[in-house]
Design a protein around this ligand. Structure first.
Ligand code: GRF
Length: 198
């Protein structure tokens, strides 16, 4: 049984999609949030999943917080760490610890629009397609090997909110599928490319 730790900061709808997928051979060992009031934390606890709240404001530096976070994660000996709306810049030491076994979902078609406000930026750039990317996490923000992407059209009257609503539907489909592929050892990383075995 592969152990998965999911990190969230907010509502946790991607976390819910992964939990609800009930992936064979995988157990959600814990859900950890840097915000004690994250709505997703209460949802996970109600499912009987162990939860941990680690308030980043209680730590003097990014390094201190990441060290505490690493200790909290490693207490569950995870095979995979899943970032699901975890709104923190990670230290290089932290990303090294989970190299090849930490995934993130980003609401753009990377390498376009790393960082924040992706939907607004895609609209302003005149993109006809937007979407989401699941990638392995490296020290460079939103830049690791891409496991999968899904695209949606950008409509002429889209706002950041209407586009986000179209993209999140794809996120909830894509992320559980990639986690399943990882659990089934079907992802092979080769530089920035990821081969997904059938
Ligand atoms: C998602 O759009 C995800 O791509 C981004 O943050 C958002 C998190 O939403 N990284 P949720 O907490 O999973 O509902």
């Amino acid at each position: 049984m592969k152990q998965i730790v999911i990190l969230i900061s907010g509502r946790g709808s991607n976390m819910q999609a992964i939990v609800d997928a009930r992936i064979d051979g995988a157990q959600i060992a814990a859900v950890i949030s840097n915000r004690p009031d994250a709505a997703g934390l209460a949802w996970a606890a109600a499912q009987g999943i162990p939860t941990v709240a680690l308030d980043h404001k209680q730590y003097a530096s990014r390094e201190d917080f990441d060290a505490a976070l690493q200790a909290a994660i490693d207490a569950f000996s995870p095979d995979l760490v899943v970032l699901a709306g975890f709104m923190r810049i990670l230290t290089p030491a932290f990303t090294r610890q989970y190299a090849g076994r930490m995934l993130n979902i980003h609401p753009s078609l990377l390498p376009a629009f790393p960082g924040l406000h992706t939907h607004q930026r895609a609209i302003e750039a005149g993109c006809k397609l937007a979407g989401c990317t699941v990638h392995f996490v490296t020290a460079e923000l939103d830049h690791g090997p891409i496991a999968a992407q899904a695209a949606v059209p950008v409509m002429g009257d889209d706002t950041a909110e209407t586009l986000a609503a179209r993209v999140i539907v794809e996120e909830h489909r894509l992320y559980p599928a990639v986690v399943r592929a990882f659990v089934e050892d079907r992802l092979q990383i080769d530089g920035l490319r990821v081969r997904v075995l059938p």
